[in-house]
Design a protein around this ligand. Sequence first.
Ligand code: 13P
Length: 214
Amino acid sequence: MFVLVNLKAYPCDPIEIAEAVRDVSDASGVDIAVAPQTAHLSQVAETGVETWGQHVSPVEHGSHTGSTLAEAVADAGATGTMLNHSENRLKLADIDAGLAAAERVGLDTTVCANNPEQVGAVAALGPDAVAVEPPELIGTGTPVSKADPDIVTDAVAAAEAVDENISVFCGAGISTGEDLVSARELGAEGVLLASGVAKADDPIAALEDLVEPL
Ligand SMILES: O=C(CO)COP(=O)(O)O
């Protein structure tokens, strides 16, 4: 299972969480990555943790003030990026161009989608992975794998129907090892989560609990 910890714009210490993710990943052997704010990518990557961008812009070098250039994200030490998170939705053409930008610099790509229908649509653009995250469950602590397991199984089927090599992740409300096991049983190869770690009093304990049953 792959675990991507999205720090969003939460008021957490990105280095403390990066070091916790690195240590728990090393000790458990579970592939865990962290996606900090773009401005923190270099500092986070320097800890040695697997580092992802939260977004890259659908642009090349040029006159694009305020953009998140894929080249800069890769130079900062990221090895992957999310696109189209439900809190940063993109037009289909921009997802396509964002994927091209990420692929240009060798970043792994995970395109988020709100439901299985959108998973099928974005899978057609050829990302490495898709992630289904029902927006109404994000940040609630109620895991998608329990609240609406069909969303996960339907997302797996929708991606497989397009390309069986695309990995499917799920996210929203996931915070415990039990949630990860349920996600895996529903066919997900990974999870995206945020508040369960970024808002935890003890991020190491939260991460250890997550990977314990794997
Ligand atoms: O949006 C998410 C991950 O990208 C999920 O957020 P929560 O884990 O806080 O529900």
